[in-house]
Design a protein. Sequence first.
Length: 268
Amino acid sequence: MTRLVSLAALMALHYSPPQLIQLAADTGCDAAAVRLLPSAPGGIAYRLMDEPALLRETLAVMAGTGVKVLDLEMVRIGAAFDVHDYQRFAEVGARLGAAHVLVTGDDPDEARLIDRFAALCDLLQPHGLTAELEFMPWTPCQDLAAAKRVLAAAARPNAGVLVDALHFARSASTLEQLDDTPREWLHYAQMCDGAVPGPTTVEGLIHDARCERLLPGEGGIDLRALFAHLPQSIPVCIEVPSDSRAPVMGYVEWARRAKAATLALLNG
């Protein structure tokens, strides 16, 4: 079965959205992510909401290459979250034809997180966007079970849970919990590899996730088992950042190797 294959923004975060879309085209990928908001204060992001010229350039490269935008990064729901701040974000996402928005749950108050996640889903729905809650072991929403509680309580038709192979392997998540996850919550998944067990500190976990993942097949994650328990038709987003190897061999070659390793694993 042919899957849609996408490049995550972390594959070359210093690339602007038009450059990343061209990178996806050059490596034979169908789609790419666009990071409109940073993962942490001061982080790299490309605010197309405020840069009309860059938005036009992005749309032009998309039209010229046929590469789509699969997902937008990223919305962090913390204690100070205000859903009204994301109206323009959603409008730009619709112009890009994006399907999903990556969301992280940074609020330790789960009841408040549920309410705000539901409000975000409501804001995104008219724009054709889903809200994909990504669990990470260093956040309050640290595993699949926590993400499923939020989605079940929010009860929104455009809610989803994003399974990132690295976070799945390094959290308390299990394949049995994945089997019990409603299929309609699983819209796409992120592919990478890494050492298992991983770092024992939050700093180490974050560094690995953002800067030094492994190509599929190089680490200790049972990727074949994980993806066998996911819907076979969902898109796969390749997220294999490497600050040590990608600059040395070049980002086009690194992306090609990541895609080849991904397809080799998925195709057996």
